[in-house]
Design a binder for this molecule. Structure first.
Ligand code: NDP
Ligand code: HSE
Length: 432
């Protein structure tokens, strides 16, 4: 074993960084044995130097992250600060000064992964980011390496722990949205600004990363259709239950049937209770990958939290250190297919539409005509007259599969009917 240690600079020591430091310290001997050289924590950059950080030598703490990555003797920079800047500048500076980088920063990778890959390649360094998608679950490496000989056609799953935690609590305990979000935040699952979670930005960033790797093309955050879960109500869960479904925030990346384009989207969807994703509880994540030769694969595990995420970070640290000892680098960007990303309107899906309608003859026929005019076929219709004397009925329509543009056009036309008093909810149905 080499006795000279490999030096790690830790940028950020919050929920994830503090666990990375703890495991690096407590498992130092095992890590050294697995790598073939000791790894040493050489510096820890934070914003608040006076905060007490148990188990970390105060002499390692600095607020000057730039000076730390410029030291020249650092082998691996672990970036767990988050956000776009200063993370991007620190990562590119690290490459310029001869360090490889391990990052958990999905927001940055989805927005500007190409710049980071290019800088890593230019300076002959590694860029690893297993922790950026689905916490502890090994997913990036299986896609980048194990499935590199196959053709992936679809990736679908739950990739945000916070929103799965909230939806699960709303469904299973009747908890309110805010109460469940507060609990997820206290458990360290939420982003620094939880809007990123609940409005679907975090899942969209992960979808962009997954689609890019799976289809060997560039997909950026802006290419991903995104709807958050803040509008999901207890009434939606009640409707879902009547259909034998539950509601999950899904990320779905697909290769078009003709292979000429891809789509990536994030939105809440009803899925049947019999579907494996329906039983993914709390902050767990699960992702299905459909590959031509391999068939269907499912990856499941803790999707957020300090310790699970640190596991993924340290797996990358070990891989990068091994590469350095072998004077090699791991895989770089693979974007050779250059497939365009199609708009949401082209995606084929199903809608569950709940309408408040006038309870009088001919209304059902009027509604059915609108569906027919848009080329959307109806699967099921349920109508309940209201007993409140207001002359209204609740009409629930579930469609067959149709392009999203046709489905959304149908909803717009329904809104214009005098007999449609309101569109109570619209939810896509997936997983059948
Ligand atoms: P935290 O907010 O808990 O920690 C951020 C850390 O960065 C803090 O230690 C903070 O310092 C430090 N920091 C902030 N700005 C600077 C700066 N300018 N210079 C130096 N240090 C700075 O975030 P998390 O640990 O939760 O997340 C970190 C990254 O990991 C993010 O990219 C996140 O998306 C990702 N991630 C998080 C997961 C989770 O479950 N939490 C799971 C997967 C990925 P100080 O302590 O002084 O405030
Ligand atoms: N906020 C993220 C989530 C952290 O809840 O999934 C893990 O990426």
């Amino acid at each position: 074993m080499r006795t000279r240690p490999l030096k790690v600079a830790l940028l950020g020591c919050g929920v994830v960084g503090s666990e990375v430091a703890r495991i690096m310290t407590t498992h130092a001997d095992d890590l050294a044995a697995r790598i073939g050289a000791p790894v040493e924590l050489a510096g820890v950059a934070v914003r608040r130097p006076d905060k007490v950080r148990g188990g970390i030598d105060p002499a390692l703490i600095t607020t000057d992250a730039t000076a730390l990555v410029k030291r020249g003797d650092i082998d691996v920079v672990v970036e767990v600060i988050g956000g776009i800047e200063p993370a991007r500048a620190l990562i590119t500076t690290a490459f310029e000064h001869g360090a490889s980088v391990v990052s958990a920063n999905k927001a940055l990778l989805a927005q500007d992964g190409a710049t980071l890959y290019a800088a890593a390649e230019q300076h002959g360094q590694d860029l690893y980011y297993e922790a950026a998608v689905a916490g502890a679950i090994p997913l990036i490496r299986p896609l980048r390496e194990s499935l590199a000989g196959d053709k992936i056609n679809r990736v679908m799953g739950i990739v945000n722990g916070t929103t799965n935690f909230i939806l699960d609590k709303m469904d299973s305990t009747g908890a309110g949205y805010q109460e469940a979000l507060d609990e997820a935040t206290a458990l360290g699952y939420a982003e620094a600004d939880p809007t990123a979670d609940v409005e679907g930005f975090d899942a969209a960033a992960k979808a962009a990363i997954l689609a890019g790797i799976a289809f060997h093309t560039r997909v950026r955050l802006d290419d991903v259709y995104r709807e958050g879960m803040t509008e999901v109500t207890a009434a939606d869960f009640a409707s879902a239950r009547q259909m034998g479904c539950t509601i999950k925030l899904l990320a779905i990346c697909e290769r078009a049937a003709d292979g000429e384009s891809v789509t990536a989207r994030v939105h809440p969807a009803m899925i049947p209770l019999s579907h494996p994703l329906a039983s993914v509880r709390e902050a767990y994540n699960a992702v299905f990958v459909e590959a031509e030769a391999a068939g269907q694969l499912m990856f499941y595990g803790p999707g957020a939290g300090g310790s699970p995420t640190a596991s993924a970070v340290l797996g990358d640290v070990v891989a990068v250190c091994r590469n350095r000892l072998n004077e090699a680098t791991g895989p770089g960007e693979s974007a050779y297919t250059q497939l365009p990303v199609s708009p949401m309107g082209d995606v084929v899906t199903r809608y569950h539409i709940s309408l408040d309608v006038a309870d009088k003859p001919g209304v059902l026929a009027q509604v059915a005509t609108v569906f027919a005019e848009h080329g959307v076929s109806i699967d099921t219709v349920r109508q309940h007259g209201r007993q409140d004397g207001g002359g209204e009925a609740s009409l629930v329509v579930v469609t067959h599969r149709a392009p999203d543009a046709a489905l959304s056009g149908t909803v717009e036309a329904l809104r214009k009917l005098d007999t449609v008093r309101g569109v109570a909810s619209i939810m896509r149905v997936e997983g059948e």
